[in-house]
Structures are given as C-alpha cells and as structure tokens.
Design a protein around this ligand. Structure first.
Ligand code: DOR
Length: 427
C-alpha cells in the first residue's frame, strides 16, 4: 500500500468548503481521510506547515503541440510543465499537425499520455474535419471514445449553420462546444489590439468587435439549442456584458479568462516584443477591468492559461511575423494569487473554484476536490514568500512569456497526481 500524510497545511477545498489547518492521508492514490492531527503511519510524510494545500489545478486550455510541432512542446514536456505549475489535469487543444479530428488521431495522444504523462491529459476534438470549417467530425464516434469537448481553438467555426449543427450533435452527447471567438472576416491582418498603442507602434489592430460578435452569435445558438457552450480566453468588456446577460436568462454558457488578460493591457507592450503577442490580444485598461469584474462576480467561471508554447526563433520575428501565443501553465497560479487574491479581489477559496473545481465540473472529471474518496490530485503552494519568474526554471519547451522578471507569490512546492508526487521543489 502506498501512503502519504500531508501534515499541518492550510487546506482550502472548494467542494467541501473546508478552509483551515488539516492533515490529509492518501492511500493508494485516493484521499482516504482529511482531519485534524491524524495519527497515521505513512510511507511519506510531507510537512506543509506554513503552506497551502489546494485540489490540483485543472487547466481547460493547453496547447501540447503533439503531434507535429514537438520542437515547441510535447505531451511529456507539457505535462512536466503542468506539474511544475500545480496543474494535475489539463485539456489539450486539437490544433496540432495533423489536427485532432478523428478517434485514431486522438487515440495517439491519449495513449502517449497514459504511459508517459505526469498529469491527467484529456484531449479535445476539433469541430470540423481538418479544422477547415467545412464538414463536421464524426461526433458520435469521438464522443463514444470518451472525448470531453469539441473546439476549433485558434479560430472560430465561421459558418453559423455548421456550428448550429455541431451544437445539436454535441447536445446529443451532453458535451460542450468550446469556442475561440474571432470573426476572421474582420481581423484584417491585425496583430495587436486596435487602439492608440497600435498606432504608436505602427501595427495593424484587432477590434473588440471581432470577439464580441462571435460571443453574441454563439450565445444565441447555445440558448436556442440548449447545448453547453464554453467561451475560451475572453478578453473584452463586451464579452463579459453579453455573457452576464445570457447567463441571467439561464443559457448553458460558461467562460474562461487567462491571467494575461486580467493583468496586462496594451499599454504594457514595450515595443516590438512578440512575447506580448497572443490571440486574443492584450486589450485596453477598461477591458482588463471588465474581465477582472467578470471573474470576481462569477460571470467568468474559470481561469485557464491558453498555454501556447512557441520557439525562441519564431518569437524573435517580432509582432508582424511571429505566431500568436504565450506560455502560462507554470505561472498561472502565482499570477492569479498575486494579482487577485493578495489584492483582496478574490478569496483563496474562489481562486480554487476558478482554477480547479469549476473547470473540473465543466469537463465532468473527478477532480477539483479534496473530499475523502476523491483521487489524490493535490497541489501544495507557498503563498508567503515572493519569487521572481525566471524562464530558465520552466520545464516547458516554450519560454515565451511577458511575465519574465515579475515578482509573484505562489511557488508550487509539491504536486501530487493519483497519490504520486510528480513535482517537488528542491527548496
Ligand atoms: O495566442 C494564441 N495561440 N491563441 C490561440 O487561440 C491559439 C494559440 C496557438 O495555438 O498558438
């Protein structure tokens, strides 16, 4: 029998609503007991005094780049990076090469992850074959295989009727459609937010409307079909307004935001540095404030990363010629804690809801909880001592982040998956 006793940590569990100093006893990969001063013999004792114990984080939005672009990331490095970030379950995006549009292709990632990944890797499916936006994938076969969501992340399904048909298929299987909201007909070669900063830097801009019209369209379709719709990486005040509105009417809509969209605005872009280039782009200060309010008031259900590793060479090409995307899975908890919890905007319990409990519910996976009997997926944090984000410490192949050099709180001390320590800080 394999046993671990985590002693004296502050346990914060959004499922049971426990917040206090408890011990957790793990037996054979499962949380066997949570209580005060447990008297247990264990193979391993973790002294968590002064540390905080949360359910392992669940990141709904991760690019593993496997297969096809393993020079950016693969299942193994991506899951190591996840463990380093306190993430114990992740949903991999399907915009790989080739895209994940069939059971065979999805099976490749699932099987590789089963044998080689440190964390739980769930693979999403595309909505259309080849991500071409023309013909739906075989929803029945893919759903039967056990896939938990469908998305064309990287773009929207622009053909409204095709998305409507996709929603009806997803609804048959009670699975979510997850949308990247971007009306490509209005992008016009934009590489950053359309505003005075784009003018200052001389780059073509991307308007908020590009996102807002697709959010609105998709919410209408979700309300009409009753399909679960999850809106990815929301970045605009308009999105927050529309989502709040349709949620009031009971539409089955959930939404996520990423740390960069609630921390940085286009004012922070220092010049032609593509570590500030992602899609959707960094927006205005007003949008950042709206995203924060949306997170705080519950309009936005979860915090994901859109972890999008690219090589240094690719990102050196500047705003006009580099790919969109930044990494995030190793910094999301510390950035969220520092920017939303230390500031008093969110409680630690709410952070655990947004980063663990809610995303687990959206995916329908047994995670996001420290209840007895649950799989022992746990992250132990030091929220007391600051550290500086240093890309040299990243386990991801991608180092493309605008947060390098930033001081944050929330180093991950231990990450445990199914009762196995998969990340342990050296100091
Ligand atoms: O910035 C982004 N990068 N946004 C996306 O939606 C896709 C992603 C990628 O695949 O690199």
């Amino acid at each position: 029998m394999n046993t671990i006793l985590i002693q004296n940590g502050r346990v914060v569990d959004p499922d049971t609503k426990k917040d206090g100093v408890f011990d957790i006893f793990i037996e054979d990969g499962v949380i066997a007991e949570v209580g005060k001063k447990l008297e247990k013999e264990a193979d391993r004792v973790i002294d968590a005094e002064g540390l905080t114990v949360l359910p392992g984080l669940v990141d709904l939005h991760v690019h593993l780049r496997d297969p096809g672009q393993e020079y950016k990331e693969d299942v193994v490095t991506g899951s190591e990076a996840a463990a380093h970030g306190g993430v114990t379950s992740l949903l991999a995006m399907p915009n790989t090469h080739p895209p994940m549009d069939s059971v065979n292709r999805i099976g490749y990632v699932v099987n590789k992850a089963k044998t080689q990944a440190d964390v739980h890797v769930y693979q999403s499916s595309t909505i259309t074959k080849g991500m071409k936006g023309e013909e739906l994938v075989d929803f029945d076969a893919i759903a039967e295989y056990g896939v938990l969501g469908f998305t064309e992340d990287g773009k929207s399904v622009m053909n409204t009727d095709l998305l409507y048909q996709a929603m009806k298929k997803a609804k048959e299987h009670d699975l979510p459609i997850m949308e990247h909201c971007e009306d490509i007909t209005m992008v016009r070669g934009g590489v950053m937010n359309e505003d005075e900063n784009a003018e200052r830097l001389g780059f073509p801009g991307i308007s908020n409307t590009v996102e807002d019209v697709i959010v609105a369209r998709d919410c209408v379709l979700a309300a009409e079909t009753g399909t679960k719709l999850h809106l990815q990486h929301c970045s605009t005040a308009g999105s927050v307004r529309i989502i709040a509105d349709v949620k009031k009417d009971g539409a089955p809509v959930t939404a996520e935001a990423c740390p960069h969209h609630f921390i940085l605005s286009s004012d922070d872009i220092p010049g032609d540095d593509a570590n500030y280039k992602m899609n959707p782009p960094l927006r205005s200060k007003e949008d950042v404030a709206a995203i924060r309010r949306g997170i705080i008031d519950g309009t936005i259900d979860c915090i994901s990363t859109d972890h999008a590793p690219h090589s240094e060479d690719e990102k050196k090409r500047g705003f006009r010629n580099s790919p969109f995307g930044i990494v995030g899975i190793e910094t999301s908890a510390a950035l969220t804690y520092t920017e939303l919890v230390r500031t008093g905007d969110l409680t630690l319990m709410q952070m655990a809801e947004k980063m663990s409990y809610n995303p687990a519910k959206i995916l329908g996976i047994p995670a996001g909880s420290l209840r007895e009997g649950m799989p022992a997926d746990i992250a132990v944090f030091d929220f007391e001592h600051p550290y500086t984000i240093d890309t040299k410490t990243f386990l991801s192949r991608g180092k493309n982040t605008p947060f390098a050099g930033r001081e944050v709180y929330g180093a991950v001390k231990f990450t445990i998956v199914d009762g196995k320590v998969v990340w342990e800080a050296r100091n």
